[in-house]
Design a binder for this molecule. Structure first.
Ligand code: PEP
Ligand code: MN
Length: 343
């Protein structure tokens, strides 16, 4: 439920109102805008008397929110969420970032080299997997603790904030120096993991599951937010369809739809969406044009010999060309139009 307060509501009246709502067992989510203050009420509002609320002096209007996601909902917070990393990098609300790096961290030389190359080409965050969710138990599973250590070394060498995937909550102590924790597609509905991450203060890059709807993605974001961590990035990485020429099907319409439904930043991963290095650039450009807040691109120094996802990995040279074109079309991107078209 959304309660729109009148423009002249005093801070004292607002505090009294939110205290009263807490007393009723609700969790008030306050957004102070220029003209109005919006209070989103999360919890069981079925016993609230709307007429009684509307009769209050400070209340302008009351609306029920039909969607099951609340904190992630654009109706609860009109302004785009901007996620600020420790080094000051901002994501969302017009701040566009490019995350790049190998699928897996393979060695010190590899990750440091790729980190330096992608930084030179314009990447603003470095990715690399240390815990890899592989379909086959016989495939390379990542360097685990050592991988995270090497990624931190690459962060120190380049100054790039780092993004890496978590697969089990018991690994969380290893992620102290990680700037953004990734939840992979296969764990999008690992609710115990999501609840645990909700109790951390790290930004979470939440990837859409292989066969999940956008509402399910937003409900997973809600799990993290409901547990206290509101720094969530949504990531479209392709969904499984009947098409076989691409690894997945990139759902480009997810960008304006998520923009309309939610205030959270939207990242697009064209590497996992296509599975084919030759398709990454056109899809990255399309995602940028459609209003994504950032891209996640796999880059490898020697794709044919990569231990994971070589076929979809760009060379540093290919990545540099991609960034050049993305930067050229960014000013024409539709993020503002899409956000104006919301609701
Ligand atoms: C990855 O980013 O390397 C990855 C495994 O992605 P996804 O979970 O989208 O398959
Ligand atoms: Mn990969």
């Amino acid at each position: 439920m959304i309660v729109l307060l009148k423009g002249n509501t005093t801070p004292e009246e607002l505090r009294q109102f939110t205290d009263d709502m807490c007393q009723l067992g609700l969790d008030p989510h306050v957004t102070v805008g220029e003209a109005h203050t919006i209070v989103g009420l999360v919890g069981d509002t079925s016993r609230l008397d709307i007429g009684q609320l509307e009769a209050m002096d400070i209340v302008e209007a009351v609306r029920r929110v039909q969607e099951p996601f609340k904190k992630a909902n654009r109706r609860f917070q009109e302004e785009d969420t901007i996620i600020v990393l420790d080094n000051g990098t901002k994501i969302g609300g017009g701040n566009f970032q490019v995350i790049a790096g190998p699928c897996s961290i393979e060695s010190e030389e590899q990750i440091i080299h790729v980190a330096q190359e992608v930084k030179k080409a314009g990447a603003t965050l470095l990715r690399g997997g240390a815990f890899k969710p592989r379909t086959s138990p016989y495939a390379f599973q990542g360097l685990h603790t050592k991988g995270i250590r090497l990624l931190v070394q690459a962060k120190q060498a380049t100054g790039l904030p780092i993004v890496t995937e978590i697969m089990d909550k018991s690994h969380l102590p290893l992620f102290d120096e990680v700037d953004v924790i990734q939840v992979g597609a296969r764990n999008m509905q690992n609710f115990e993991l999501l609840k645990h991450l909700g109790r951390t203060n790290k930004p979470i890059l939440l990837k859409r599951g292989l066969a999940n709807t956008l509402e399910e993605l937003l409900m997973s974001a809600e799990y993290i937010m409901a547990n206290g961590n509101e720094r969530v990035l949504l990531c479209e990485r392709g969904i499984r369809t009947f098409e076989t020429y691409t690894r997945n099907t990139l759902d480009l319409s997810a960008i304006p739809v998520l923009r309309r439904l939610s205030h959270l930043p939207i990242i697009v991963d064209p590497s996992h969406a296509t599975g084919d290095a030759g398709l990454v650039k056109p899809m990255a450009l399309a995602a940028t044009a459609a209003g994504a807040d950032g891209l996640m691109i796999e880059v490898h120094n020697d794709p044919p010999h990569a231990l994971c996802d070589g076929a979809q990995s760009l060379t540093p040279q290919g990545f540099q060309e991609l960034v050049g074109m993305v930067q050229a079309i960014r000013p024409y991107s539709d993020c503002h139009a899409a956000s104006e078209a919301r609701l």
